[in-house]
Design a protein around this ligand. Structure first.
Ligand SMILES: NC(=O)c1ccc[n+]([C@@H]2O[C@H](COP(=O)([O-])OP(=O)(O)OC[C@H]3O[C@@H](n4cnc5c(N)ncnc54)[C@H](OP(=O)(O)O)[C@@H]3O)[C@@H](O)[C@H]2O)c1
Length: 260
């Protein structure tokens, strides 16, 4: 019997898969496109198709599975995600380690609140990994501004956040799925060892990187306007797995057209 790792191609799923393999666990990687996953992550992993929006993928994905690392992809509908949880119960899944968010119990309006409730309602043994703000947001969606404009551009004010390293979350996820009983029914708030604001993060980055990094602290309105004005999407990359053509390449390719 194996552990199903959902969100395997994503950030946390990758880390959890690595940790589980290093602990000698047998895992199956749940992905929407097994062929693509194989080409990106290699043939050493076992892949199975799972798409929360396609309920017909659920049965096969849960074959010979005993435990699940479960993430909620943000764009998923509750009706689909909860159908998967109910199917997991029907298939006698013993344990779900669910990636939730810190302080979820005070936020009934966020999806994780409803998802935790659904898991409890179904009666599947769970561990809730209530994670703080990922440190890796800096090298993911905040990276572009850090690299190109030497600034952290996020509307977070001066509030302090308990930044959490995704690798630590993965470690606890892997432990809860392999050590089992001692983690059953636990709701773990997972944080780093410091609550700091983005000004402090910028100071630490400046010192480590040897170039000044600013925290811009835009208002939510400014942030939204800036992102919309940039107007850049990653659709081309998502569809082709290649970078879209840059303006320099375009000018080189059309050079003759512009010559007098
Ligand atoms: N960012 C934070 O600071 C933070 C903090 C606490 C908790 N969280 C929670 O972490 C979760 C996101 O984790 P992450 O950053 O590791 O995810 P991620 O990198 O955004 O990856 C999303 C994963 O979900 C998969 N996926 C998308 N739609 C799917 C569908 N319909 N069926 C099956 N799989 C699907 C994607 O697979 P494909 O390759 O097929 O697209 C991908 O593997 C969210 O629930 C978020 O609330 C985030």
């Amino acid at each position: 019997m194996s552990i199903l790792v959902t969100g395997f191609t994503g950030n946390t799923g990758q880390e959890v898969a690595k940790k589980l393999v290093s602990k000698g666990a047998s895992i199956v990687c749940a992905v929407r496109n097994p062929e693509k996953a194989k080409s990106l992550f290699g043939a050493d992993y076992n892949y199975v198709e799972l798409d929360f929006t396609r309920h017909e993928t659920f049965d096969t994905a849960l074959e010979r599975i005993e435990r699940i690392f479960l993430i909620f992809p943000t764009e998923t509908q509750f009706s689909d995600f909860h159908a998967f949880i109910r199917k997991a119960k029907e298939k006698n899944i013993r344990h779900i380690a669910y990636l939730s968010v810190k302080d979820v119990q005070f936020m009934p309006f966020i999806p994780h609140y409803k998802n935790e409730k659904e898991i409890i309602k179904c009666g599947i043994t769970y561990t809730f990994l209530r994670a703080g703000y990922f440190m890796q947001n800096l090298n993911l969606f905040l990276l572009d501004e850090i690299l190109h404009n030497d600034r952290i551009y996020v509307p977070a004010g001066g509030g302090k956040t308990s930044f959490t390293d995704m690798r630590d979350i993965a470690e606890i996820a892997a432990r809860s799925l392999t050590e089992q009983e001692s983690h059953f029914g636990k709701k773990y708030p997972l944080t780093g060892n410091q609550a700091i604001d983005f000004y402090e993060v910028a100071r630490l980055m400046t010192s480590e990187l040897g170039r000044p990094i600013q925290y811009s602290n835009p208002t939510t309105k400014e942030f939204k306007a800036y992102m919309l004005a940039k107007g850049i999407t990653d659709i081309y990359h998502k569809i082709t797995n290649e970078q879209p053509t840059g303006i320099k390449t375009y000018i080189e390719d059309y050079r003759e057209t512009f010559m007098k």
